[in-house]
Design a protein around this ligand. Sequence first.
Ligand code: 26V
Length: 805
Amino acid sequence: RWKKLTAPKELTEEHIQEEFVNHATKTLARSAFNMDDFAAYQASAYSVRDQLIDQWNSTQMYHTTVSPKRVYYLSLEFLIGRSMDNALLNLGIKDRYANAIDKLGFNMEDLVEQETDAALGNGGLGRLAACFMDSLATLDYPAWGYGIRYNYGIFEQSIVDGYQTEHPDYWLTFGNPWEIQRLDITYPVAFGGTVIRSKGASGGFVYTWEPTERVVAVAHDFPIPGFGTKSTINIRLWSSKPSNEFDFASFNAGEYEKSVKEQTDAENITSCLYPNDNHYIGKKLRLKQQYFFVCATLQDIIRRFKKTGEPWSEFPKHVAIQLNDTHPTIGIVELQRILIDEEGLDWDGAWKIVTKVYSYTNHTVLPEALEKWTVPLLKELLPRHMMIIFDINLFFLQSVERRYPGDREKLRRMSIIEEGVPQSVRMAYLAVVCCHTVNGVAELHSDLVQKQLFSEFVEYFGAGRFTNVTNGVTPRRWLHQANPRLSALITKTLKSQHWLKDLSELAKLKQFASDPEFQRKWMEIKASNKKRLAEHIAAHCNVYVNPDAIFDVQCKRIHEYKRQFMNILQVIHRYEELQKMTDEVLAKQVPRVVIFAGKSAPGYYIAKMVIKLINNAANVINYNLRTSKYLQLVFIPNYNVSLAEIIIPASDISQHISTAGTEASGTSNMKFVLNGGLIVGTVDGANIEIGEETGPENIFLFGVLTPEVEDIRHKQTYGTGIKVDPKLDSVVESIRDGTYGQPAIFEPLLHIDTMRKVDACFQNKAEWAKKSILAAASMGKFSSDRSINDYAKNIWHISPLPPPE
Ligand code: 26V
């Protein structure tokens, strides 16, 4: 009845079944008597992958003939999650597959559940990269993602006696149908050694790097299909292998142990994702990962450019490279090195090219998260790069000196090299000096980036170098896939699926916000999503939650600045209030289920204690027979992309309560509202822009504004007169926990007040439904399609290139 976006016509159910059987019998060597759900998932996956490969080939062939300017998105993290359901939906073949598979005796929903997440990321930054890939493909941009194929993604979390326990995430045990190993696409990567300076033919110096360690990078391609288009782009992830030349040398010399160690050292480079989020760690292996990945990536980009036969001056017309945080920043120096040492350009010629190619996204202003590699470590691992960084810094500081003669303090402050014992390299400053554009990820954050983090650089380079691109999320995964019933209702109501390509069309739902019939359907879908989550909770937490209660969710990485601690205080306070109530008053309370989920970095003691506290509190609260009808508390283990796809569509409210000025953007906030949940949040990150879109009546914002935080912190530390409310005192007493040193100590009170407002609102069902619909209908701005169009137009200067039909 309504327009469905096109899918290949030739792919009939019979054809799907044929392909399924073919893969089951040939690829997997299974017989009909030996097919469990997992084998059936694999057979389906391989046949879907064939579709992807066809589309991928035609997209790439077309891009090669046109040779347009491409964007390369460099990220140490891609938090993809599962691929099968996403591919089926983006290709528009899910129904056909489900029917075909059903007739073979399998259920598509069960098969989809068999897939292990690709969890190559920590949280928001990695998931953003994955959403961006979906949008780049959907919008037909010529784009590549580049990253690392970690053997182990983010650890699996289980809860033992209330404590987080980590288990390795070996996601490749049973093979991975979503990647194509390219044993023919390999590049050498070198580390260590020394640099020899000699006189070149033209009189200048020539630098020869003689490394001591060599490994090989092997490409693994992950095709990413666009939605409602034939465009299928690629994420190329590198895996490290020992280089044959080198271990043969030791092997032949009879040094077997040395040879074996060199092999394992090489393989170790891409073994593990570092599980820290918003916290810098100065580990040598992490720096090796960074260089390994950008070195292979640049060789690949340059090989592609050289096919055009054009001179180096044309490189910026074919290449835009986006740095996802400073993690790939050493790639800037690598390109400067290649151009000078290998391609024979002079410094200025190389610099002109490098600075036209790179741009950098900052994702945090937290000082503890900013990367600073020590000079000795950089010298040891990348001696030539260290020289080039010193040169970049010298030329930069010379020009600062010309502008502000004699201001040595300024030079010290702006220097890429931080003086200290030892010296270190401020990677963010390096990126700012070398990139044509630097962006933050939400309006407030970009403002802080310009006014706090890089203020002197804004003055020096001009405001034109700095901009904002507010984050977004893909509505394909975060609504269409995660919430199929809501997606179907929207499509039916708008009489077209086109909103999935232009999310601003959701605004047309506003006219139905007060329509009782639409409200009923909308809330019925929410109720069924809550039931589904309740089943998951029963299975994994052994708690039977009341599906009619408000589902109040906070799921994200556990971090002090995100203030899960403040939230649990509020819950304990509520519990204590319930204890004091008479039966009569108790019966009038709005039932609530509080749901926490999220991982702590393994070495982050305070975050781990917060998890323990939540679990201990749950053990008391859930077993109080008198009050558990009105308050339940659960911590769902192992938060990941697949779990988010279950939790997010089921929330009534979600908590985004970071101290103002600390959460750069947040992206789950957008996903929750898109699924009809309302936000309880501070005036921080993208919450602010979400509130601008929904209007203040459809979001529960509370707390102090960013500029006030410093003031409060100061008064609290040094001043007098800030009283802690006795209500809070009792909570703090009750858990007798010494960790409570939060800056805005009175904000828990505002949070408690806000939660009371939520209760009152939730009781008016029609009003609540209206808010839920209006808020979701206001989320057009937060599609990652909008973010990507912003980047393409304002930063990358690239255009869509839809493959011909
Ligand atoms: C990450 C890592 C990962 C591994 C080891 C060391 C290390 C050091 C620093 C970081 C910083 C990551 C910054 C980050 O994740 N920022 C988040 O980015 C999201 C997407 O823009 C945004 O929504 C979140 O608010 C922001 O915290």
